[in-house]
Design a protein around this ligand. Structure first.
Ligand code: AHG
Length: 330
């Protein structure tokens, strides 16, 4: 009979504990903001898991500013995060995919602002496929004795204080960066906490997965078509869920590239710079990857509108460089 070895490990840190231990000046504020974020994420976890039983699947009958049909869970998640950030007292202003304009929380003296997609991939809600919340936290630019404005959110991605996502998948996971590597925290139902499960995520320089909606292949420019053909010649795996967070997360861990190019119908692509592309670009770079619009580094783009879109190529650095080379060799 084999000997059974008992392994005792010290208990993993929660998100708040992990960041409170950091030495940067904003560490305590940041840990409280992340605490608010995880409180909302826990509620959304329950909503997502009980959605069918609770009768909250399906569309609500309204459209968001993008002209997309809002799902009941989009609206519920949006309210959960807005309420949590507002109650924290530390967030002055929120920009959300679900709201046309900025949301003033009333915390005028607060120093931070948030951009978020409260429930990304919502077309997958009804079919029990992974969805996510994506967020960026910035330090505001306007003085704290003034009412915050949209300009506080229109900052380049390089200015993010923290960025990340919650993935409601086979487990619920928070993946986060504050500019010192990428950490993952898994929601432990027993402890009712997000506990550190991966202290340093790093991506592969070269991957073998490509993720793209090839239904639009004929609308892509030549460089994108050439890159997709190259992926097939190399017999890379094609994997596409249609939830950005889930597609990105798989490629981050396994090595791969996600592409959402421009098309004549959507000359700026589909994905939104502030609350989809920038947070994931911050994570990608901190994990050793790259994110571009085909020419420019995503994090360097100066936003001019809350719901601005951009073409998007993100993932393993050699793959992103390869597609950029093909896009530029006309
Ligand atoms: P939505 O939240 O409306 O479902 O949009 C999801 C986003 C993103 O998560 C995903 O990568 C992309 O849209 C999928 O778009 P296509 O359906 O055009 O492939």
């Amino acid at each position: 009979m084999q000997n059974i070895m008992l392994i005792t490990a010290s208990s993993p840190l929660s998100v708040g504990e992990f960041f409170y231990k950091k030495t940067q000046p904003q560490a305590s504020d940041l840990s409280l903001i992340l605490d608010a974020l995880t409180q909302a994420a826990k509620l959304v976890h329950v909503d997502v898991n009980r959605a069918e039983l609770a009768g909250i699947l399906g569309a609500i009958g309204t459209e968001n500013v993008q002209g997309e049909e809002q799902q009941k869970l989009d609206v519920i998640a949006n309210n959960r995060f807005i309420e949590a950030f507002t109650k924290s007292g530390l967030i002055a202003l929120i920009g959300s995919e679900e709201n046309e304009g900025i949301i003033l929380t009333g915390n005028d003296g607060a120093e931070y602002v948030v951009a978020m997609d409260p429930l990304d991939g919502s077309s997958n809600i009804d079919v029990n496929v992974s969805i996510g919340t994506i967020f960026s936290i910035y330090r505001r630019k306007t003085p704290t004795n003034q009412t915050p404005t949209l300009s506080d959110l229109l900052q380049a991605g390089t200015e993010q204080v923290a960025g990340g996502y919650v993935l409601y998948g086979t487990s619920t996971l928070l993946v986060l960066t504050t500019g010192e590597g990428v950490q993952a925290f898994t929601y432990d139902l027993k402890a009712d906490e997000f506990l550190l499960s991966n202290p340093l995520i790093q991506t592969k320089a070269e991957g073998k997965i490509f993720s793209c909606n090839e239904g639009s292949y004929h609308d892509f420019e030549e460089g994108v078509k050439n890159y997709l053909n190259h992926c097939k010649t190399q017999q890379f795996k094609g994997r596409y869920i249609g939830s950005l967070v889930a597609d990105f997360h798989r490629n981050l861990l396994k090595g791969g590239i996600f592409l959402y190019p421009a098309t004549p119908k959507s000359p700026q692509g589909k994905l939104r710079l502030l609350y989809e592309c920038n947070p994931l670009a911050f994570i990608a770079e901190q994990a050793g990857g790259l994110a571009t619009d085909g020419k420019n580094r995503i994090l360097d783009i100066q936003p001019i509108a809350l719901h601005q879109r951009t073409p998007y190529y993100i993932g393993s650095p050699n793959m992103v460089r390869n597609v950029m080379d093909l896009l530029q060799s006309k």
